[in-house]
Write a protein that binds this ligand. Structure first.
Ligand SMILES: [Zn+2]
Length: 304
């Protein structure tokens, strides 16, 4: 599918990376490479060209310790690591390597799909590491292992292993067979309309999450939900699960999150979008993909 962060081809070597000796071997590989991000989760791009800064690991081996790198996997056979720089080191590093730190939301629109995917992975992993320095059970410091994919509590009496978390969120294109329902939040750019979204709660199925969130946000009851696809969303660590959701009631009653919601026929949607009365979610978002998918199904032509 053609949305950002969903086209990553990487051998994560999940079994092998549990072996510290194996990780050391990858660290010493001649063709090992490293991508770099800031502690705020910004991605370093090489100038000029604005592609991911992708350095031979050999350039950094003397300066940083192995434990400061995370092993991401093998990309086209070569070991790929990620390094997070603190704010104090960032400026000098950018100057030395002619790089620039960029918000990944911005970079994702420009980067090749593979690079956007690998940057999203690195960003989410680094965010989890930064929030898992202490054990959530006993409060002792944790020790990263398995190439940065596991945090072990240093208190021998506790010894809990912590693993990266992903927050599941649903995103749904609500339709009634003829029209689709789009809403906007007050904080969004003016006239931007989008699909509805919300986080999964404990003990909830995704389908029930779609029904609950849609009802909370616009007061519409949902029947059948069809799963379409998913998009990693590393801001900081979500997975968006996309649905087409069939409405069973049609009156809109706005909840607290949405300031405006409307039903659109395909004709109204394309006409108001072309004349810029409304704006849609950016290309590369799963929201835009769901809207375009619905429009294509309804009209047999692409939204353009
Ligand atoms: Zn502990």
């Amino acid at each position: 599918m053609d949305f950002a962060f969903s086209a990553l081809v990487l051998d994560r070597a999940g079994e092998a990376r549990q072996d510290a000796t194996w990780i050391e071997g990858r660290f010493e590989e001649r063709d090992a490479r490293v991508l770099v991000l800031s502690s705020e989760g910004r991605i370093l791009l090489a100038q000029p060209g604005r592609l991911l800064l992708d350095l031979p690991l050999a350039l950094l081996r003397e300066r940083f310790h192995l434990t400061q790198f995370s092993f991401l996997g093998r990309e086209r056979g070569a070991a790929l690591f990620a390094l997070t720089l603190d704010a104090a080191a960032l400026g000098d590093f950018n100057r030395e390597f002619n790089a620039e730190d960029v918000d990944l939301r911005v970079a994702a629109a420009e980067l090749p799909a593979q690079q956007a995917g690998v940057a999203a992975f690195a960003r989410s992993l680094a965010h989890w590491q930064s929030r898992t320095r202490y054990c959530g059970s006993c409060g002792a410091a944790t020790i990263l292992c398995s190439g940065g994919h596991r945090a072990l509590c240093s208190n021998a009496a506790c010894a809990i292993e912590h693993f990266p978390r992903t927050d599941a969120a649903m995103i749904a294109l609500v339709h009634d067979g003829n029209r689709c329902l789009l809403g906007r939040q007050a904080s969004w750019p003016e006239r931007r309309f989008s699909t509805l979204a919300g986080f999964l709660e404990p003990g909830e199925t995704l389908e029930d999450c779609v029904r609950r969130e849609v009802f909370e946000e616009v007061g519409v009851r949902i029947g059948a939900c069809d799963y379409i696809g998913s998009q990693p969303w590393p801001f900081p660590a979500s997975l968006m699960l996309g649905f087409m959701a069939r409405a069973e009631s049609f009156d809109i009653a706005l909840g607290a999150e949405i300031c405006e919601a409307r039903w659109f026929t395909p004709e109204q949607l394309v006409e108001q979008w072309r004349s810029q009365q409304i704006k849609l979610s950016p290309r590369l978002s799963i929201s835009r993909h769901l809207i375009e998918r619905w429009y294509l199904q309804m009209t047999g032509t692409a939204l353009a």
